[in-house]
Design a protein around this ligand. Structure first.
Ligand SMILES: NC(=O)c1ccc[n+]([C@@H]2O[C@H](COP(=O)([O-])OP(=O)(O)OC[C@H]3O[C@@H](n4cnc5c(N)ncnc54)[C@H](O)[C@@H]3O)[C@@H](O)[C@H]2O)c1
Length: 327
């Protein structure tokens, strides 16, 4: 590759063909948050625009990561109406620049990577916050993210064997169940409403669309002792009572979380305890006993995207994968 006059392009297929393991990504993110705790990463809070309708948004996520000699941007959209058009809800691109010269090195599709890293962040939180002997997981919203969410918690909690899945679209549950049972040898039960999925669950993951005016469903009284909750869809599906029932709430990055409060999200969420950098560096404790109810509200931080994109880029270079484009 002629740096400065060529840039590498990696498509969805290129990235998927690398078959990156979930446990590897969880470890990579653990190291990355440790770098952040040591002040070695500059990961800005994401900013967003809302074109056309409020529930559509596009985020710009920026991070400089000296350990990899890389600075990167993820430009990623979420459009809930896309499903009806046969398009993915989430789509976007990542650009990585060489940190010495500022020259763009690679452009890659962002959807596959987002799904892997969002799963891995939940996995990392679960490592510190879920009960290791968790046996059951509730999944609300059986789309793209649900699959890697399940993969990640299975990588962390080896005794997980019951999956209760709920979606407003029954066909989505059926497809999810078929795929997951085949891939992970778990039993997936169809829940007929959110309560049936959540009650008794050791781990509860919500992965429906993020909406500006939420109509949340998950009640505090549904959350059993010792559970771990992971909303990846902001505050769209959890009622105020559920945020108030949990003993502690963690996030992936406190400044980014607080900047989203300023934007109008998370009004019902009490003060949060800390973030992933605090947890992996040992500055704050994680789960203390088997009866605490704990929640991790991970919004997705640029650091996570750039660390995984750097891994993808290096693997692609080694395997001579991708297409060179003239600048
Ligand atoms: N926190 C992060 O870092 C991060 C990263 C990526 C995606 N996300 C979020 O994850 C969520 C899921 O994204 P995706 O790519 O899987 O989308 P998707 O469209 O593939 O899946 C969403 C699923 O939710 C279902 N659904 C819609 N309304 C529902 C409701 N009221 N109750 C239950 N299910 C409902 C849909 O039928 C669909 O199957 C979105 O909110 C997205 O913004 C978060």
């Amino acid at each position: 590759m002629k740096i400065g006059s060529e840039v590498l392009y990696l498509s969805r297929q290129h990235i998927a063909s690398l078959s990156i393991g979930m446990s590897e990504v969880i470890s990579l993110l653990e190291e990355s948050f440790l770098e952040k705790a040591q002040g070695n990463v500059d990961a800005l809070a994401k900013i967003e625009v809302h074109p056309k309708r409020d529930d559509n948004f596009i985020n710009a996520m920026v991070c400089s990561f000296p350990k990899y000699n890389i600075a990167g941007l993820k430009w990623i959209s979420a459009y809930p109406g896309n499903r009806e058009k046969g398009l993915p809800y989430i789509s976007g691109l990542i650009v990585l620049n060489d940190q010495e010269t500022g020259v763009p090195m690679v452009i890659m599709e962002a959807g596959v990577l987002t799904a892997i890293r969002t799963g891995a962040v939940t996995g990392l939180s679960a490592k510190y916050l879920a009960r290791k002997n968790s046996q059951s997981v509730a999944i609300l919203g059986c789309g793209v993210q649900a699959r890697t969410q399940l993969e990640a918690v299975l990588a962390i909690c080896p005794e997980l064997k019951i999956v209760k899945a709920y979606d407003i679209n029954k066909a989505a549950i059926t497809l999810f169940a078929q795929e997951m049972e085949l891939r992970f040898k778990v039993k997936v039960e169809h829940a007929f409403n959110p309560q049936q999925a959540v009650e008794g669950g050791d781990i509860i993951i919500s992965a429906g669309p993020i909406v500006t005016n939420p109509d949340p469903v998950i009640e505090g009284s549904w959350l059993k002792e010792g559970c771990f909750g992971a909303p990846i869809d902001y505050d769209s599906y959890w009622k105020k009572s559920s945020f108030e029932t949990v003993d502690r709430i963690y996030v992936d990055d406190v400044p980014q979380f607080e900047s989203h409060r300023q934007m109008g999200y998370f009004n019902a969420v009490p003060p949060v305890y800390g973030d992933l950098a605090d947890l992996v560096s040992g500055k704050l404790s994680g789960r203390l006993n088997d009866s605490e109810r704990i929640m991790a509200i991970n919004l997705g931080l640029s650091l996570e995207d750039v660390a995984v994109a750097a891994l993808v880029y290096n693997l692609a270079l080694k395997q001579e994968l991708g297409q060179l484009l003239p600048v």
